[in-house]
Design a protein around this ligand. Structure first.
Ligand SMILES: NC(=O)C1=CN([C@@H]2O[C@H](COP(=O)(O)OP(=O)(O)OC[C@H]3O[C@@H](n4cnc5c(N)ncnc54)[C@H](O)[C@@H]3O)[C@@H](O)[C@H]2O)[C@@H](O)CC1
Ligand SMILES: Nc1ncnc2c1ncn2[C@@H]1O[C@H](COP(=O)(O)OP(=O)(O)O)[C@@H](O)[C@H]1O
Ligand SMILES: [K+]
Length: 496
């Protein structure tokens, strides 16, 4: 398994990690030296030939890191200028010490200081900046974002808030690459911060790893490190029922494709058997288009309840294509009453707009809700806007619903009611194509059928979905996604 740490820590937790290091005998000055060295190393990797560098240094420790970078690059013969925000004698602590060790050219920060730079190191502010950029810092960042120099940001692109994943008023440095320390912060994975960072390098600078055990983060980059150990693996003793029997509820005769996309996703990801529960009037069309997947006729919510009384069906997905209204609400209750692991998606969510109290009051514990932003707004009106970040919004939603909630998007966020949250970073924009969400519901369903717990199943499915899209590439349509799974699984089984 790859060993880039997957925990994400908040700004407050980062300060706690610093304190932990200091209490365990690691001088903060050493951390700053190692941080600056990691940044200088990245600069040398990105630009092997020396050229004019301007280091923008701010008034805090981020600026202190900048002074270290300036010194290390100058020592290798690079032409380096430091552009300092504020007075040099206003610097404190380790930053002041490193400013004292800088013997090169220092000019006041201004847009003019960027002239001639081929590379700019952004050491103005770190992840803890709790206000918008103002004055000369603002003017310089605006000039920098229109400049041709490549930009390497220290910790975060200045102006970006580490916990929120955005700048207060939208203005932050647009970096070509970012180096951060110890663990990623939310800003490195949430949109639009992720774009402002460019590729993020995680540098270990001497903070003991035990600090993570003390901090106990509940936020994770979605990936194998999070769910690899829980992922269902081939077992020579198993038979198809050991891999679960997944059911997807089909819509009426004119809207059956979505259910079949989900069903195929569930089958490809390894459910032992998959059935499409089909309204009788849609049996013909479903049967014509399905082979390995079975068709099970039913009528109405009562019929669905009767069907699900067969204990061999252990996971159910409902929503894609089923239509909005009372009939769907009744079917959702039939699914929840059956006490199976469940995926509630699309119309199964929209049908509860304005009536969420009853839904959240029922036994949702084994369910995963998979809204996109529109559906999320219908279920949790105003929550996205009133929350400080997407992480807080989805975490609150999961606590309110009492089950796993997955908010789709380029930074798909999955939250469990116990507070765990994963953020996905591998999804390409061409996933925004009709029916890709239906396949995602099927992937989750297939993993639930294989007895994975809902938070890890949902997270793993999101990651597989993103990788399937990346692997197929541009031109993707929803049908392509399940067909990418075999190649992904072949590699995955070797890695977990
Ligand atoms: N965490 C770590 O383990 C390490 C962190 N280092 C660096 O330290 C940085 C964090 O240092 P700092 O906490 O000094 O952060 P900054 O360097 O972002 O500076 C904060 C400064 O900005 C100003 N500021 C921020 N918010 C303000 C507000 N609301 N109102 C007024 N002024 C405000 C203040 O002057 C404050 O001193 C990180 O970004 C990283 O670059 C490194 O030195 C190495 C070790
Ligand atoms: N810009 C984007 N980048 C990455 N993934 C995206 C983007 N836009 C949409 N997606 C993904 O595409 C899928 C769309 O699902 P959904 O909105 O339910 O559509 P549909 O109902 O057509 O299947 C989700 O998994 C979502 O995360
Ligand atoms: K910075």
């Amino acid at each position: 398994m790859h060993d880039v740490p997957h925990e994400i820590i908040t700004v407050a937790q980062m300060y706690a990690a610093d304190r932990f290091a200091a209490e365990h005998g690691v001088p903060t000055l050493n951390l700053m030296e190692a941080a600056g060295r990691a940044v200088a190393d990245l600069v040398l990797r990105r630009k092997p030939k020396p050229g004019p560098v301007v280091v923008l240094c701010g008034p805090g420790n981020n600026g202190g890191d900048g002074f270290v970078v300036a010194r290390l690059l100058k020592a290798r013969g690079w032409p380096v200028t430091v552009a300092l925000l504020g007075a040099r004698d206003a610097l404190k602590g380790d930053a002041a010490i490193n400013a004292g060790r800088w013997s090169g050219e220092t000019v006041p920060l201004s847009p003019a200081a960027l002239a001639g730079a081929e590379l700019v190191v952004d050491a103005l502010y770190g992840a803890g900046l709790s206000r918008l950029l103002e004055g000369v810092a603002r003017d310089t960042v605006m000039a920098l974002n229109n400049h041709t120099a490549q930009v390497v940001a220290i910790d975060v692109p200045s102006g970006l808030h580490g916990d929120l994943g955005r700048a207060y008023d939208g203005l932050c440095v647009a970096a070509d690459a970012t180096v951060t320390f110890f663990r990623k912060k939310p800003a490195h994975v949430l949109m639009p911060g992720r774009i402002a960072c460019g590729p993020v390098t995680l540098a270990q600078i001497g903070i003991p790893d035990e600090a993570i055990e003390a901090i106990k983060p509940a936020l994770f980059v979605n990936g194998k490190r999070l769910w690899g150990r829980a992922y269902p693996k081939p077992d020579p003793r198993a038979h198809k029922y050991a891999h679960g029997h997944a059911v997807v509820v089909s819509g009426p005769a004119h809207a059956t494709g979505a259910a079949r996309l989900a069903a195929r996703g569930a089958l490809r990801i390894g459910a032992g058997l998959v059935s499409v529960a089909s309204p009788r009037a849609a049996v013909d069309v479903n049967a014509k288009h399905l082979t390995a997947i079975m068709v099970k006729p039913f009528d109405g919510a009562e019929g669905l309840a009767q069907l699900l009384s067969d204990k061999r069906y252990n996971a159910v997905a409902i929503g894609p294509g089923v239509g909005v209204g009372e009939a769907t609400r009744a079917m959702v209750y039939a699914v929840l009453d059956s006490d199976r692991a469940a995926v509630l998606d699309a119309d199964a969510l929209t049908s509860f707009a304005g009536e969420t109290e009853a839904l959240f009051g029922s036994a949702l514990g084994k369910s995963v809700l998979t809204p996109h932003e529109g559906e999320f707004e219908r279920l949790f009106p105003g929550l996205l806007k009133s929350s400080s970040s997407r992480i807080d919004a989805v975490r609150t939603a999961a606590a309110q619903a009492g089950c796993v909630v997955l908010l789709k998007g380029p930074d798909t966020t999955v939250a469990a009611p116990d507070g765990r949250v994963s953020i996905n970073t591998n999804a390409p924009p061409y996933l925004g194509t009709a029916g890709s969400g239906d396949v995602l519901a099927g992937f989750i369903l297939g993993l639930l059928a294989q007895h994975m717990e809902p938070f890890l199943a949902a997270s793993a499915a999101v990651w597989m979905h993103g990788l399937a899209a990346t692997q197929f590439g541009p031109g993707l349509i929803a049908e392509d996604l399940p067909e990418q799974v075999p190649a992904i699984l072949r590699r995955l089984y070797e890695e977990i």
